[in-house]
Write a new protein. Sequence first.
Lengths: 152, 569
Amino acid sequence: MERIRILKKFEPKRENLLLLLHALQKNNRQNYLMEEDLKSAAQYLSLPPSLVHGAATFYSMYSLKPRGQYIVRICQSPPCHQMGSSDLIEEASRALGVEVGETTPDGLFTLETSECLGICGVAPAMTVNEEVHGNLTPERVRAIFSEKRRAK
Amino acid sequence: MALVKIKIDGKELEAEEGKTILKVAQANGIEIPTLCDHAALLPFGGCRLCVVQAGPGALKPACATPIASNMEVVTDSSEIREARMMVLQLLFGERNHYCMVCESTGQCELQDLGYKLGLDHFEFFPYEKRFSEDVTHPYILVDQNRCILCRRCVRACADVGGHWVLGVKNRGYESLIDIDMDAPFNDSSCTSCGLCVQVCPTGALVDKRASYLGRKDQADLILSRCDRCPVGCGLEVYRRSNYILKIYGDWNCPTNGGVTCRLSRYAPLYDERPRLSTPKLKEAGVWTPASAEKTARWMAGKLINAEVVVEGSLSNEDLAALKSLFGERVFSLQDVAPPLPATAKLQDLADADTYLVIGVDLNREYGTVGSLIKRRTIPGTAKLILVDDGFNSLAASTDFVFSMEDLDSALAEARKGRKVVIVYSHLRETVAEALRAESQFLRLFLPYESNTLGLAQAGIGPHIAADSERTVFFVGENLRDLKSRVRGATLVALTPFETDEVKAADLIVPIPAVFESEGSFISMDGELLRKERILEPGEGVRSVSAWVALVEAQRLQSVVAKGKQGGSQ
Ligand code: SF4
Ligand code: SF4
Ligand code: SF4
Ligand code: FES
């Protein structure tokens, strides 16, 4: 099974939990961790389910709800905020037609916010999956979304 | 460890290096307020109520800071008081701490600290967000709105109970107690050991049964032993007038160190079987209440050739009384002898590296043994190997599960260990044979009932079912299938409960239920333990020994009467 193949890439040590959860989430077409993922991770690492569930709900990079193909995370830490990230969030919300935390009906985008991405030099910034975008303006944000739509 | 000199509040002290400031202070009568700390749990350092000044720099949590040579500690100053008050304000403000509608009021550590540290107003607007309650568990109520996230329950469930049911989900303000993976409590892996309730300092986890029946300090505390199984855990029983408020594990008991299980803490309080309150005789097919005297006379008249069959939970005193009446004709309902003689004691579990559990679900029976094992195997300190054919909830806690058929593989796995303990109760003959050959393994036999070893010592062996013309007496709490054990005989049942099963008898006689009698029994470790009487039984109820005395008296009377008759003729 696919899940087992992914698990087997990691040594069954508890310190691999976060990496393993990332791998499982990435493998999921809807970018989230299913209950089965958590259960199998717990079993593979011999960890109590509550501990795995606790970790998966603690870190904001994991989701236990289905998400879009692209996870848009706009930084809202002070430097980005100073540089107008709340306008970006509003614009993104308008452009995608969803609130923060929601997914577009076509399953393409999920809009999220994030704490400092560590690239304050190019604030305001956001990530789209693993891509990092800096020096953003509302127009740039729209343009990035359109690119992604076309690439689909 | 080396002794070092330190100063606390100007007092010069000597203490072991590496001990926490809190432990040293407590040992020397210096009080430091705490909340997340608990004597039975490892230090956590989460609540910051215990902050003290220890050397330069920020205040440090006394419960999690080890002492060092020449350390100077100050436990009280305006800065410290302010810091503690801020913690209290935040805790009281965050969730529902309107004490007057909380079950824990008057026995809550948070509330106590509010009084002690002088909290006289709420600094922050209290309780803005409401969280869920979980009422699904049969015995325990979870109110997240009263949780202060001290994680005592999480630590007790994992480190002491070995169950690892509880965790914490989400983070920051949204943090909540997690049950497995967000499961309803009733559908979780909880074994109902009750430890979490016992350690919770607030009203977030409460015993449903005890709710609004009174507070601990209004109750008498009786230290007793659990006689629901042969482990014999030490219990703290809280009694108020003639009812039990709650039952806690006794932290100071060497047998269980505070751990207990559902069978001691909850099951007896939820026993709904109808009580038998007066003796009843079946006369021409109709059940008629009988006086104690009539009952005793009736029984005395049936003693010739009679025999008595007992459950293994009877106390040594009751067994002795029955032996005085029935002589050698006292038998056990269950087996008495172990399939393999034991070579280990409970304490051998503490440092074994492999446990081979055969056919016992330790989450359901002998719960404390399960805790002693699981708290070492789940973190990976030791290995649990399970051999069972039916459903066994322990299977969820280990990768090494084998069927009886595959015993050889289980043994091969066990042989990799250095100190291996086999844990077993009933065994099939073939399995016992195979295990006998592994003489290098220690054997921890779980006797079938709480006083099985007492029965064995008294020379009481199993009863053989047979047709009989004699009268057969049965004594126990869970009597069933009486007719199938003896056909044709007159049957007497001495039992606390008036179930349909006991009505197969011709006479039913009320005896005390679990908390209504005292007595001694021999635990699985061979220790003579004593159970205390907590409650007064109803008027018509008499202990087995008391019934025996009445029957003796009746027998004597009839002998004397006969003697007189003989003399006058
Ligand atoms: S009752 Fe025992 S097993 Fe259940 S959650 Fe509480 S501590 Fe854990
Ligand atoms: S439920 Fe009780 S013991 Fe558990 S974290 Fe909350 S307050 Fe502490
Ligand atoms: S393990 Fe046995 S003695 Fe201990 S509490 Fe449970 S039933 Fe009672
Ligand atoms: S008691 Fe020390 S931090 Fe909570």
